[in-house]
Each structure stands twice: as structure tokens, then as C-alpha cells.
Write a protein that binds this ligand. Sequence first.
Ligand SMILES: Cc1cc2nc3c(=O)[nH]c(=O)nc-3n(C[C@H](O)[C@H](O)[C@H](O)COP(=O)(O)O)c2cc1C
Length: 188
Amino acid sequence: MFEGKLIKLLIAILFAVFSLSTISAHSEAAKLTSAVVVFSPNSHTKEVGKMIANSKEAPLMEIIPEQPYTADDLNYRLENCRAIVESTDPKARPEIANDLKIVQKYDVIFLGSPVWFRKPPKIILSFLDKYDLKGKKIYVFVTSGGSPVFNYVEELRTLYPQLNFVEGRRFRPDEIQENVDEWLDGLK
Ligand SMILES: Cc1cc2nc3c(=O)[nH]c(=O)nc-3n(C[C@H](O)[C@H](O)[C@H](O)COP(=O)(O)O)c2cc1C
């Protein structure tokens, strides 16, 4: 009689412990935190970043170059403009002015910038060199005049094989919230 009660009690305790651990595992998964990080000298990508930040209720952080990009720096019609010089130098890593180490506390990073010469601007590599994003889900988003995101993501996957670039998405420079949300809703 006593043994029977004891066994029932033990089963009840085991069940309670199991339920609690399942609940906590579920809430752990639900607690994934997101941050949006953008480099956006002409603000188009930043606008998309704001839309992502709004929908995900995530902070928006900006990569600020130590030496700001002037219109001439970005004018690729000028021979040897800064953007061309940096993009053709594999070692170029423009300095970042602000401290972004708080980004390392988040689980999911939405990383955005314009496409420059079909690739990431070199300051994106400065950012990825400087901060440890190992183990995080990184979603890349870009704006461009028409180039797709494919080469951009391939470049990052080649240079940072240890990082998890889950997928990338190209948006128009004047993108609308609805399209951004559609992308967010479909993410793994
Ligand atoms: C230096 C430079 C290189 C660019 N290279 C490309 C490119 O290869 N393909 C493309 O479609 N657009 C290219 N663009 C256009 C930008 O990707 C586009 O205007 C982008 O929306 C700008 O983003 P931002 O306003 O956030 O700086 C380039 C622009 C600049 C300034």
C-alpha cells in the first residue's frame, strides 16, 4: 500500500520535473534576441534596417566609419575614388568609430549594407573581424541598384567559414515595409 503511494509520488515528481524542463526549453527558444546592424552611407539600407528593427522589436545599431565617406569617396565614376581603392584591396579594413560590442549579446543579427561592386563594402569585414559573432544566426540584407545578394553572401561565407550566414536578401533602395515583413515572416 505504502509502496504504491510512493511509486505514484515518484512518478508525479518525475512528470513535474520533465514538464518544467520542457517548458523552460520552449521559453529558451522563444527568447532568442535580435539586433539590426547597418552600414549605410546614403541611408537607403538604414531605412530597411529601421523596418526590420520595428517588426522584430530589435535595436538598430549603425556602423559609423572613423573617416566618413564623402560624395567623392563614393563616386565610382572618379578614377581611384576611395570606394574603388578599398574594394580592390583585399586587406582594406576601414576603421569603425563607434563601439558595437553589445551586438555580441544577441542571438540573431540582421546585418545590412549597400552592395558595392557586387560585394560587401570593406567596413563590413572590419565589423566581422572585430566582433565575435560565432554561434549566432546572421541574416544579411542589402540594398542595391540591381545587383543580387548572392555574390555578397558568397564572399562572406568564403571569408568567414566559421560564421553562420543563414541567408541573404536584396531590397530596393526605396523598399516598403510589407516586402520586408514578408521576408521576415518566411525566415527559418
Ligand atoms: C561605391 C558604390 C558601388 C556600388 N556598387 C553597386 C553594385 O555593384 N551593384 C548595384 O546594384 N549597386 C551598386 N551601388 C548602388 C548602391 O548599392 C545603392 O545605391 C544602395 O542602395 C546604397 O545604399 P545606402 O543608401 O545604404 O548607402 C553602388 C554604390 C556605390 C556608392
